[in-house]
Design a protein around this ligand. Structure first.
Ligand code: ARG
Length: 461
């Protein structure tokens, strides 16, 4: 069933139809397509372009189609080229003449531009909800682990002690920025392309601002050629999805390391792990690995859309149809990853003692030992040298700095007094770091308070 038979004398080659069609994937936004059509005819009738009776008949027909599709009573017949021709075709079958008036003052070019925008806008909101769930879970874990000491790493070498709350807090910031990015994109993309026609607007007296308002847009898009061919918001959106995937992937990488036999910082719940078909002892972090792996296809989508867009002359060209499958795939991938990740995090056990033991064993308090000397008048470079010598003694005898006797400390520098032990205890090292953004519980509490307020206040949105 075609929308453009008049000018043609021959039937479409079947392979051409198969290559050209988009119904197999743009059916995903039938609800948005129908909502757009309802807004369009409402405006047409208000402007006197369509009679009230036709409008009523069309809206009734469209609502019925949506209900039938929702309930699975109507199936997408593959002879239609796309969702737009399918809906219009079924509508005309059902309501007759009035159905043929639906497309007045509209082109599939502004129609598809609208549908995709509406679809992505809904998905942005869903993604925001999923990010928020993850932030809530992270916040709960942070509150629980304000005093869970662990090594902080640089170069994957133990560096200075932090807390688990602080480490998780770094991811909190990343996902918080991701929400901000989605918010920015939503604001910028929220203009309505409908009424742009094929590329040059129409001669009908459309009220574009009215349609835009009906569909929850801030206003109509201001250039009809741009409106039908702009996919910038998809590029921004896929960049934001890529960033979310990248953050999840980094987090997964850490969880995989922490779950390894060597680290044992965490234990994944049985319900989020898989076994091996041959090695009975194995409990594998497949979900974390899959989320890490799926990041590749999200980046792929971003690169694809950038490449599709780079050579498109104004205005609409069929290349633009290629924006859909990759976007849908990236959305499903990131939504799935977020859901699975939040569940994995919520069900995971953190091994507090193992983390603390690891922080103790890795000389993570060496900087604090040097700072102790500096506080007693030693120049930092000399202090660095002194502590370096102490570390060497420890390495040779398999001990931690805390295990050295006072005599051993004083053999290297007489500045050391008995209070050195207190000064380099894990607790002191962490809790004394109280500047904004640091791991000390006092500093963390201030930040957590802000996070709590932020989450609460947009609950009421
Ligand atoms: N399926 C098309 C797309 O996704 C709809 C627009 C078709 N417009 C056209 N002039 N052929 O872009």
């Amino acid at each position: 069933m075609k929308l453009w038979g008049g000018r043609f004398t021959k039937e479409l080659n079947q392979l051409v139809h198969n290559f050209n069609e988009s119904l197999s994937f743009d059916r995903k936004f039938y609800r948005q397509d129908i909502a757009g059509s309802i807004a369009h005819v409402t405006m047409l009738a208000r402007q006197g372009i369509l009679s009230e009776e036709d409008k009523e008949r069309i809206i009734e027909g469209l609502t019925g189609i949506r209900e039938d599709l929702d309930a699975g009573r109507l199936s997408f017949s593959p002879e239609y080229e796309d969702i737009h021709s399918f809906v219009e075709g079924v509508l005309t079958e059902r309501v007759g003449e009035a159905g043929k008036r639906l497309h007045t003052g509209r082109s599939r070019n502004d129609q598809v531009a609208l549908d995709m925008r509406l679809f992505v806008r809904d998905e942005l909101d869903e993604l925001d909800g999923l990010l928020k769930e993850l932030l809530k879970e992270l916040l709960a874990q942070m509150e629980r682990h304000l005093h869970t000491y662990m090594p902080g790493f640089t170069h994957l070498q133990k560096a200075q002690p932090v807390t688990l709350a602080h480490h998780l807090g770094a991811y909190y910031e990343m996902f918080r920025r991701d929400r901000g990015r989605l918010f920015d994109i939503r604001r910028r993309m929220n203009v309505c392309p409908l009424g742009s026609g094929a590329l040059a607007g129409t001669t009908y007296p459309l009220d574009r601002a009215y349609t835009a308002g009906l569909l929850g847009f801030d206003g109509p898009a201001l250039n009809s050629m741009d409106a039908v061919s702009d996919r910038d918001y998809l590029i921004e959106f896929l960049a934001a999805l890529s960033t979310i995937a990248m953050h999840l992937s980094r987090f997964c990488e850490e969880i995989i390391i922490w779950n390894s036999n060597e680290y044992r910082f965490v234990e994944l719940d049985d319900s989020y792990s898989t076994g091996s078909s041959i090695m009975p002892q194995k409990k594998n972090p497949d979900i974390a690995e899959l989320i890490r792996g799926k990041t590749g296809r999200v980046y792929g989508a971003l690169l694809s859309i950038l490449t599709v867009m780079k050579g498109i002359p104004l205005a609409y060209d069929k290349d633009l149809q290629e924006d859909k499958e990759l976007t849908f795939d990236a959305i499903d991938t990131v939504k799935g990853s977020l859901m699975l990740f939040t569940g994995m995090l919520a069900s995971m056990t953190f091994r507090k003692e193992v983390m603390e033991e690891s922080a103790k064993k890795g000389f993570t308090n060496a900087t604090d030992a040097a700072d102790y000397l500096v506080n007693h008048g030693v120049a930092f470079r000399d202090a660095h040298e002194i502590v370096g010598r102490l570390v060497l003694i420890c390495v040779e005898s398999g001990r931690a700095l805390d295990d050295l006797t006072l005599e051993e400390f004083r053999a290297v520098s007489l500045v050391f007094e008995p209070d050195i032990y207190e000064a380099i205890s894990l607790k002191t090292c962490v809790e004394k770091r109280t500047t904004v953004g640091a791991p000390g519980a006092e500093a963390m509490e201030t930040v957590l308070k802000l996070y709590r307020e932020e989450l609460l206040c947009d609950d009421g949105k």
